[in-house]
Ligand binder design. Structure first.
Ligand code: USQ
Length: 407
């Protein structure tokens, strides 16, 4: 297949591009490199040293003979160029990762909220409109998030996209299937909830073939392909805005920084290893909906864990201390989470679960590159509301001193 990977320079986009190229697909990365600019804005860098996207593609070709082509394009701002590109290349599948993906970044300031909505909503709508206008028959696979559902403790499992309901009508009870209600917990998660509505409309109105993957928190860093050469290494975010919880705990353990548990750590979340992410994309690509079919929705996760249990596990593994901090986010202090993932299991996913070897691999990567870590960037200081901001310490130096005291 000819596959366009939008956002193919990012944390999941890059290993996905390699995985698909390795399977023999013709891969084109379209990316505006915004993630690299955001690093510059925040004054942080990936824990792992990343080469330019052009250099990464060159190394991949040298290693495997397979070519990945890179196209610098801003989906949210360059609608005409996007249309021209699609009309010219007519991909069989499009994988859409090209959205700002950090909840804390989206809540940093009003400017970050506006940027996240402008970028994410425009990127998705531009893509859908361009697909209709060019008339290409491509299967669109979008990376969504489990977080659209708000991790509620209703007791029943979160279904894969649709909820069966029964409503009273004047002629009796009627069955209906509706999109499972969203309850986003950040502006970022809100944009992914809006994406769902756009997909529903374009599938129904224009017959676009769309799969939406509701992914959990990704952990790990390497896939089979990123291990092949040091310059194919994946990016690794450890900072308070882009670092995600388990990977953060693992680098904290590696550098002797106490594990930063927000509140009681009673938040239960869905998780998936990076190797399984790329496998899920492969499986979703092979299971495209037909034109006129409703949007196919998968829960892309393999297990759920409570934050404090993860911290305890990493502490056991490494001897790290645990530090309970005031939570900068507005979220339930404690929640349960049950999630259905039957569809990927039925398609042959054999989940990688948390196991010591893979956790230690991340710690080893972090130890190797620990000289690149700025400890002042470890604390999470983006607060969800002005009230919370007044309670959370914004001074990274003060955080660093607390961390030193807790060591
Ligand atoms: N947390 C801590 N300590 C930390 C960092 C986080 O206790 O140092 C807590 C947070 O308060 C939260 C939980 O860990 O309760 C998860 O936070 P996270 O930063 O790992 O994940 P999140 O903000 O939800 O976002 C990440 C990705 C996002 C993806 C989402 C999947 O950045 O792109 O959509 O995970 S999910 O969480 O299932 O919605």
């Amino acid at each position: 297949m000819r596959i366009a990977v939008l956002g193919g320079d990012g944390f999941v986009g890059w290993p996905t591009s390699l995985h698909l190229s390795n399977l023999g697909h013709e891969v084109h990365i379209l990316d505006n490199l915004s993630r690299r600019w955001i690093d510059t804005e925040l004054g942080v860098q990936s824990l792992t040293p990343m080469d330019s996207i052009q250099e990464r593609c060159r190394i991949w070709k040298q290693e495997t003979g397979n070519q990945i082509q890179f196209h610098l394009l801003d989906l949210a701002k360059e609608f005409e160029r996007l249309k021209t590109w699609l009309a010219e290349h007519r991909p069989d599948a499009i994988i859409h990762f090209a959205e700002q993906r950090a909840a804390p970044y989206s809540m940093k300031t009003d400017r970050h909220k506006v940027y996240t909505v402008d970028n994410n909503v425009n990127a998705t709508h531009n893509l859908l409109a361009a697909m209709v206008e060019t008339g290409i028959d491509a299967h669109l696979v979008h990376l969504g998030t489990m977080g659209v559902y708000g991790y509620s403790s209703v007791g029943a499992p979160i279904p894969e996209g649709y909820l069966d309901i029964e409503i009273d009508t004047p002629t009796g009870k009627k069955q209906q299937q509706v999109l499972y209600p969203t309850r986003p917990g950040s502006v970022y998660h809100m944009t992914k909830s809006l994406d769902q509505i756009m997909f529903q409309f374009f599938a129904q109105n224009d017959g676009l073939r769309i799969t939406d993957l509701h992914q959990g928190i990704v952990w790990g860093t390497h896939t089979d392909q990123t291990r092949r050469h040091e310059q194919l290494i994946n990016r690794f975010d450890y900072d308070g805005d882009y670092g995600t919880v388990l990977n953060r705990f693992l680098i904290q353990a590696a550098i002797g920084y106490p594990l930063t548990v927000h509140g009681t750590g009673g938040q239960t979340r869905a998780f998936i290893h990076i190797q399984d992410c790329v496998r899920c994309i492969e499986l979703a690509l092979a299971d495209a909906p037909a034109a006129g079919e409703r949007v196919k929705i998968f829960n892309q996760m393999t297990e759920t864990h409570r934050v404090r249990d993860l911290a305890a596990m990493v502490a056991r593994l490494s001897g790290a201390k645990v530090m309970n901090l005031p939570n900068p986010r507005k979220e339930a202090a404690e929640n349960d989470l049950i999630v259905k993932n039957d569809q990927f299991l039925a398609l042959g996913l054999n989940p990688i679960t948390l196991e010591e070897g893979l956790l230690s691999e991340v710690v080893d990567v972090a130890k190797k590159y620990q000289h690149r870590i700025d400890r002042l960037r470890v604390p999470a200081v983006s607060a969800w509301t002005k009230e919370i901001a007044a309670e959370v310490d914004h001074d990274p130096e003060a955080h660093a001193q607390d961390a030193k005291a807790a060591e």
